[in-house]
Design a protein around this ligand. Structure first.
Ligand code: TXA
Ligand code: MG
Length: 314
């Protein structure tokens, strides 16, 4: 038996039941969502949540997203509002996380919100994530299942390569459809975009009938959102027209390159393969040059992730 790889569970009723049992014992279980693979733990269990930070090597001041089955479950932990209701009805389940004020007696580990008075809640759409939440019957704290600062995982193999035996088990259900983390909207004041992600901000603004405030974008209310993130080992150069010596070239649209995010110039396709392309190019050991990506729609989140991948390392 290979003891360097974590237990792999299949998304069958039996595999899901085993994963839920593991969560109950306080173990970490990686599971697929439509955005990226999450590293899940019982959000009420302080030791289990602490183990997430330890496994990722994550600065503990960076709060986690709590995954629940639906808005009814979400409301148990936060002060709900009309805006929350509007966004939840339009976009849950889906790639949107809402940051709302915590209620008294919410029962979540204080590590989840890193001591803030708010909590980020998300209702994932992935059938396996939903089956796990149903079987576990409780809130699951889950950041992306990668070492802190590194490229996010969109396959079970990425999780296993990055975290190895630091996860108890991985529920493997193939590649993630969206490929970018959820969009995070802060609702503890005027609705604000805290992180662009798998749901384009324009769609949220259409439903709200107003612009999202962008003042706090990237400067998450906790001193968390690190500028260098999603970082491959090699240097990353953006808005490149071609590769320089020693670089591999990640293209977009019709062009000659080593890997192409979307030969047809489709941003949804580009989002879904972005992290996998970065994982693949990173494995070559070369520096990475990336073609310009349009900024509208999902392009905002793609550019956000690329800028962090290219940012100076701490
Ligand atoms: O798509 C996703 O959101 C994935 C999957 C697994 O669901 N999860 C994810 O989690 O991306 P993570 O931990 O990598 O990102 C969580 C981010 C934190 O870095 C922080 O910026 C923000 O969410 N966050 C969490 N709680 C917050 C709070 N109370 N206030 C402000 N920002 C918060
Ligand atoms: Mg992450």
């Amino acid at each position: 038996m290979n003891t360097t790889e974590p237990t792999c569970l299949t998304p069958t009723p039996d595999g899901i039941a085993q994963a839920a049992d593991l969560l109950r014992t306080g173990a970490l279980v990686a599971f697929p969502t439509e955005t990226v693979y999450g590293l899940g733990a019982d959000a009420r269990n302080g030791r289990a949540v602490a183990a997430i930070f330890e496994a990722k090597g994550r600065p503990s001041f960076n709060p986690l997203i709590v995954h629940v089955l639906d808005a009814t479950h979400a409301r148990r932990f936060c002060h709900w509002s009309d805006t929350a209701e509007k966004l939840a009805s339009a976009f849950w389940p889906g790639p949107l996380s809402l940051v709302l004020p915590l209620t008294e007696g919410h029962g979540l580990s204080s590590l989840v919100s890193a001591g803030l008075s708010t909590v980020a809640l998300r209702v994932p759409a992935h059938p396996t994530a939903r089956a796990l939440l149903r079987a576990f019957d409780g809130p699951v704290a889950a950041p992306s299942a990668n070492p802190s600062g590194k490229i996010s995982p969109t396959t079970a193999q990425h999780v296993s390569d990055g975290l190895g035996m630091r996860v108890g088990a991985i529920l493997d259900d193939g590649p993630c459809r969206v490929g970018l983390e959820s969009t995070i909207v802060g609702l503890d004041g005027p609705a604000s975009l805290l992180r662009p992600g798998g749901l384009p901000a324009e769609e949220i603004e259409r439903v709200l009938g107003q612009k999202l405030s962008r003042e706090t974008e990237g400067k998450i209310s906790a001193p968390g959102q690190l500028m260098s993130h999603y970082a491959p080992n090699g240097r990353v150069r953006l808005n490149a027209q071609r590769a320089h010596d020693g670089e591999v070239f990640l293209g977009f649209g019709e062009m000659t390159c080593d890997l192409n995010l979307s030969p047809s110039g489709d941003l949804t396709e580009a989002a879904s393969v972005l992290f996998d392309c970065l994982h693949q190019l990173d494995a070559t050991g070369s520096a990475i040059a990336v073609a310009p990506i349009p900024r509208q729609g999902l392009g905002a989140a793609i550019n956000d992730r690329l800028q962090r991948a290219a940012a100076p390392r701490p």
